[in-house]
Ligand binder design. Structure first.
Ligand code: AQP
Length: 334
């Protein structure tokens, strides 16, 4: 890839799922060649109700999490979405390209609207169009995300292809999803069939990046599991989703393969595995949590970093947006 883009919603405190599926990987792409552009997607967050004062706080906290996880503003562009108008503008143009049926088919829309789909915001339905704009405003060609975003990325490809086809151009690139590692889908600690999510009503279902070692250890101790000992490889965990989840979390935290983890714990029960996992999680997350609170102590500095990133993002997006309008026949005479 030549340009990587990814974002995280400030729709609550970030979780271990966000860290392992996204944040941790964001930092690792720096210095590997492609330009890296990372965004706190506040316009996405407001597709469901956000209290304004909390949204401001959560946006700074998400930015602090990026920084604490190693995203370096000198090597990456880091900003919040609403400061760069090209995202909303290009999303509107894409709203005229994307089809309504595509949006209704999105599982995230179905999950979040539930039985109440007439009464959710129009923005929630159009969410994938804004996501396509986030990526394509920079002609980014690769997007590191968790597994839950795969369907939205396919829609980004569909929008780019339909635009290119309808206007007879080869303008927007084909975007590659980067979904890799043992933690592409970290599951809830209470329910092995549900994704760990920052908006789950149960705090016990997730590990927050702001949890201290005690909270982490308590949540892992209480995590749902079974009574069987651990097998020697992942094949033996096919029908044990909760156990599989904890092993995958361990593997991702330790930068190991899940089979290598199981080779060490084979034959042992969760009485031995859970404390080891809790120690590893606390040891990995505590420096990040500490750096996050250092950043949070200086909100003006966070805002300065976001503003500076927005200036750089804006400079990249403006010519692409201008060319898009020109292709579509929209007059620009000033
Ligand atoms: N459980 C997860 N495992 C692995 N990756 C995950 N991601 C989210 N949850 C997991 C990845 O984190 C990035 C940012 O996600 P998001 O903030 O845009 O929203 P989301 O995917 O909807 O995540 P949440 O935490 O469940 O938020 P809410 O509850 O607000 O909807 C993405 O790359 C995502 O894949």
């Amino acid at each position: 890839p030549t340009r990587i883009f990814s974002g995280i919603q400030p729709s609550g405190g970030l979780t271990l799922g966000n860290y392992l599926g996204a944040l941790k990987r964001f930092a690792a792409f720096q210095g590997t060649g492609p330009q890296t552009i990372y965004c706190v997607v506040d316009l996405h967050a407001i597709t469901v109700w956000q209290d304004p004062a909390r949204l401001t706080q959560q946006t700074r906290e998400a930015a602090a999490a990026f920084l604490a996880a190693g995203v370096d503003p000198a090597r990456s562009i880091l900003f919040n979405q609403s400061q760069v108008p090209a995202h909303a503008e290009l999303a509107w143009l894409f709203n005229t390209v994307a089809r309504l049926g595509w949006m209704y088919r999105m599982t995230q829309f179905k999950d979040k609207s539930g039985k109440n789909s007439e009464n959710v915001s129009l923005g929630l339905l159009a969410y994938p169009s804004l996501m396509a704009a986030d990526i394509l405003a920079y002609h980014a060609d690769a997007v590191p995300v968790g597994d839950d975003q795969k369907q939205h990325l396919e829609l980004t490809r569909d929008i780019a292809a339909k635009f290119n086809h309808d206007y007879g151009v080869d303008f927007f690139p084909e975007v590659q999803p980067l979904i890799e590692g043992p933690a592409t889908r970290v599951m809830s600690l209470r329910d092995g069939a549900k994704k760990m999510s920052k908006s789950d009503p149960s705090d016990a279902s997730r590990i927050n990046l702001t949890d201290d070692a005690d909270a982490i250890s308590q949540k892992i101790r209480k995590a749902r599991t079974d009574a069987e000992p651990l097998p020697g490889s992942m094949d033996g965990l096919k029908d044990r989703p909760e156990a599989r989840n904890l092993v995958n979390i361990y593997a991702a935290l330790a930068d190991e393969g899940p089979d290598a983890v199981l080779a060490r714990f084979e034959g042992q029960g969760f009485g031995a595995f859970k404390p080891a996992l809790a120690d590893l999680a606390a040891a990995t997350l505590s420096p990040i949590t500490a750096r996050m609170s250092e950043y949070m102590a200086d909100p003006a500095e966070i805002d300065r970093i976001l503003g500076e990133g927005a200036d750089r993002a804006d400079a990249l997006a403006q010519p692409i947006l201008a060319r898009t309008k020109e292709i579509m026949g929209l007059i620009r005479s000033r």
